[in-house]
Design a protein around this ligand. Structure first.
Ligand code: 1CP
Length: 340
């Protein structure tokens, strides 16, 4: 039995005695402890593949920041790798794939991943679950199919993902074929994560915002919805589609528990659109550069606007590496102390 299951209760719409909080990228460079562990691995990919090191950095923010959940340290890019496209993480630049998807033959050559192909993630989850000792829930995750597709076509990060979008406009059928393969792989992977100890799942559609609304519904939300149908019967599911604020109502109609929000949407508007679903978010990560007085004022506004129930406090995207760990801790403590 979990000692602190506030996040799971909030996701299910059950009453919680206070607002729970965790932070995207809570395991990351903002913690000197993370940097120390990371330096013991040869490179990022090896780090991700080492269950002992992954377990260590997953638990660090629970101990140091006092957050109400752990999120397994891994990356969304393990799926392209398991399907046949290995990646490197280039220092200060980001991901880089030597092979990308250009033709139908490339799509046909991709393997549909199963949980066994990602055994290192399963081992990391099992070890973390054991070491967390039921203190807080363990969140598993995957990239949403569109975001994974975007990296597979582009071969790296991008501001516009114009090559990936070109693919949608010029080869829609092949795009659907690829999205379907990614979706099947992701469902297998997430079922494995749940079997290995993940108490809830978050889907990251980090590049939803580069799509037009019609393309978001056709090439992204449709596949997110399939994943939710497969996973929600097992554990609560959160959908975080960054910069798709216009779509909150449409997202509320799929089989998810929680909608993750970035900071560009007003909490009251999101509440109106969300049809009673739990909401998560949405402080601007840059708020944590401000002084404590400003953090208290802005965080209070956010908490009041969302209301204290069916709500999980978080940032609107990941922590930036140059944020001060003490400010991050202050934000978490303030939310935990906030009374209705
Ligand atoms: O060593 C380092 O600090 C490198 C930075 C880093 C970290 C800490 C990367 C490289 N990945 C991760 C871990 C990670 N990635 C986690 C687990 C830790 C946690 O959240 O506490 C998670 C959930 C992710 C998910 C992820 N990876 C996303 C979706 C979330 C988001 O931020 O939008 C994306 C887009 C990635 C790709 C990725 N991995 C790393 C970088 C620099 C990027 C983005 C590259 C780009 O801009 O395109």
């Amino acid at each position: 039995m979990l000692k602190n299951d506030l996040i799971l209760k909030a996701a299910r719409g059950e009453k919680t005695e206070r607002v729970p909080v965790w932070l995207m990228r809570q395991a990351g460079r903002v913690l000197p402890e993370y940097r120390a562990t990371r330096s013991r691995a040869k490179n990022f990919v090896e780090f991700v593949k080492n269950p002992e090191l992954a377990c260590e950095v997953t638990i660090q923010p629970v101990d140091i920041l006092g957050v109400d959940a752990a999120i397994i340290f891994s990356d969304i890019l393990v799926i392209p790798e398991a399907m046949g496209l290995p990646y490197q993480m280039i220092e200060a630049k980001g991901p880089w794939f030597e092979k990308t998807i250009k033709t139908k033959a490339d799509v046909d050559a991709l393997h549909i991943a199963n949980a066994g192909d990602l055994d290192y993630v399963m081992q990391a989850l099992k070890l973390t679950k054991q070491n967390l000792n039921n203190r807080v829930p363990l969140i598993g995750f995957a990239g949403a199919p569109w975001t994974i597709f975007a990296y597979m076509i582009e071969g790296s990060g991008s501001k516009t993902f114009s090559k990936a979008k070109q693919f949608l406009y010029t080869q829609p059928e092949l795009s659907h074929l690829l999205l379907d393969k990614i979706t099947q792989s992701t469902i297998n992977y997430l079922k494995g994560q749940v079997a290995s100890g993940a108490d809830m799942i978050q889907l990251f559609d980090s590049w939803a915002g580069v799509l037009s609304p019609d393309h978001f519904y056709e090439f992204s939300l449709k596949y997110i919805s399939k994943i939710c149908d497969a996973i929600k019967p097992l554990v609560p599911v959160t959908v975080f589609a960054k910069d798709a604020h216009y779509a909150v109502n449409r997202i509320s109609q799929i089989n998810c528990n929680t909608i993750g929000l970035d900071w560009t949407i007003n909490p009251a508007e999101a509440r109106k659109a969300a049809g009673g679903k739990t909401l998560q978010g949405n402080a601007d990560p840059c708020l944590l550069y401000a002084d404590e007085k400003t953090i208290v004022a802005e965080a209070s506004k956010m908490l009041d606007a969302f209301g204290k129930q069916s709500y999980i406090a978080n940032l609107g995207h990941g922590l930036y590496p140059d944020l001060d760990k003490e400010k991050v801790k202050f934000f978490v403590e303030f939310i935990k102390s906030y009374k209705a």
